[in-house]
Design a protein around this ligand. Structure first.
Ligand code: ATP
Length: 343
């Protein structure tokens, strides 16, 4: 029976990227999701084949389809190449990084009951990359905050709270030192909350104390909202609480486009060895399916997303086949096969 297919860009990326994206696509297809993948170049491989780490053709397809699944990409060191991730987020104005961090069934860690969602402002802060050498041995880096960007990420986070029955937003900041930039971030968050979401509990917490509180008792938090660099660091910290970078998915959302990708990088230490955990990428794919289910009212995407989650939960709970980062011996291929079988 033919079904209406939804086009989505696929960026395999570098390092473990091709392995984990191939695994994710295989499972998504086996689950019967109506996705037609459009493979597009980006990263180190693209620098070699297209002379650019982020070819215009890739951006054009993302703009046209409005959705993509992306593996991690490397940026060549030196040689004047731009960071693919930063450029992609800016070019498509993917202003909201959304990273749900939860304990997984069957994956025992030091923590229980972790259920957080991190909202990271994705377009400014120190990631503007505006750095200057102002004298020999003296360099500066410029942190940028704008009212528009601070307000829209806050709106996105509070709106998510209301739609997903979340109760509390904690804003991590360092406004005691960065009074203007982090001060603006706080002012915008508070203004959004007071004007439109008074029912959502709200707290502002200085990031050093916030991190200490996080590792003592992550269950005191619900939704975390922060600027770009803090979001990068806190995402990895939180990943460590639930089993590591192999199990934390993410989305980069803009007004017209959304790119789904795991929090982890290209993991050069295990690249090409067939050892990567594809779960974070697969979970990002599930986020993509749920996003499409909502956006296009696609029951097929919703059903596939539910089936995939059921399948990987089953494999994890059974505990026989898991990758090394989760204490097992399975390869990427074996773990993928187990999930497909569980479908
Ligand atoms: P980047 O600078 O690109 O963010 P990074 O320095 O954060 O990268 P990662 O590539 O994310 O580094 O890897 C950090 C560690 O986590 C490495 O030891 C890597 O092997 C491990 N790791 C990351 N992703 C996975 C995965 N999917 N499966 C297993 N191990 C992983």
């Amino acid at each position: 029976m033919s079904k209406e297919m939804i086009e989505a860009v696929l960026i395999a990326g570098d390092g473990i990227g091709p392995d984990v994206t191939a695994a994710a696509c295989e499972v998504i297809e086996a689950a019967g999701a109506p996705i037609k993948w459009l493979p597009m170049p980006a990263g180190l491989g693209a620098a070699a084949t297209h002379g650019d780490v982020l070819p215009e053709i890739t951006l054009a397809e993302l703009r046209r389809t409005g959705v993509g699944l992306k593996g991690p990409v490397g940026t060549p060191i030196g040689g004047g190449f731009r960071s693919v991730n930063v450029t992609l987020r800016k070019a498509l104005d993917l202003y909201a990084a959304v990273r749900p961090v939860r304990n997984l069934p069957g994956v025992t860690t030091r923590y229980e009951g972790v259920d957080l969602v991190i909202f990271r402002e994705n377009t400014e802060g120190l990631y503007t990359g505006i750095e200057n050498q102002i004298a020999p041995g003296v360099v500066t880096s410029m942190k940028v905050a704008t009212e528009g960007a601070c307000t829209r990420i806050a709106e996105y986070a509070f709106d998510y709270c209301v739609h997903r029955q979340r109760k509390k937003v904690s804003v991590f900041h360092k406004a005691n030192i960065m009074k203007l930039t982090d001060g603006l971030f706080l002012r915008c968050a508070k203004a959004v909350r007071d004007a439109k979401y008074p029912q959502v509990e709200y707290e502002e917490i200085i990031i050093d104390n916030a991190c200490m509180q996080l590792v003592r008792d992550p269950t005191r938090y619900d939704v975390l909202l922060m600027e770009n660099l803090y979001g990068d660091l806190v995402s990895d910290l939180c990943a460590g609480m639930v089993g590591g970078l192999g199990v934390v998915p993410g989305a980069n959302i803009g007004r017209d486009c959304a790119v789904f990708e795991a929090v982890h990088g290209s993991a050069p230490d295990i690249a090409g060895k067939g050892l990567a955990n594809p779960l974070a990428c697969l979970m990002s794919g599930v986020m993509m399916l749920n996003f499409l289910a909502e956006k296009l009212n696609s029951q097929a995407c919703k059903t596939a997303a539910g089936r995939i989650k059921g399948a990987y939960d089953h494999v994890l709970v059974e505990g026989k086949i898991r990758t090394r980062d989760l204490g097992g011996l399975a390869t990427t291929r074996e773990f993928t096969n187990a999930i497909v079988a569980a479908l």
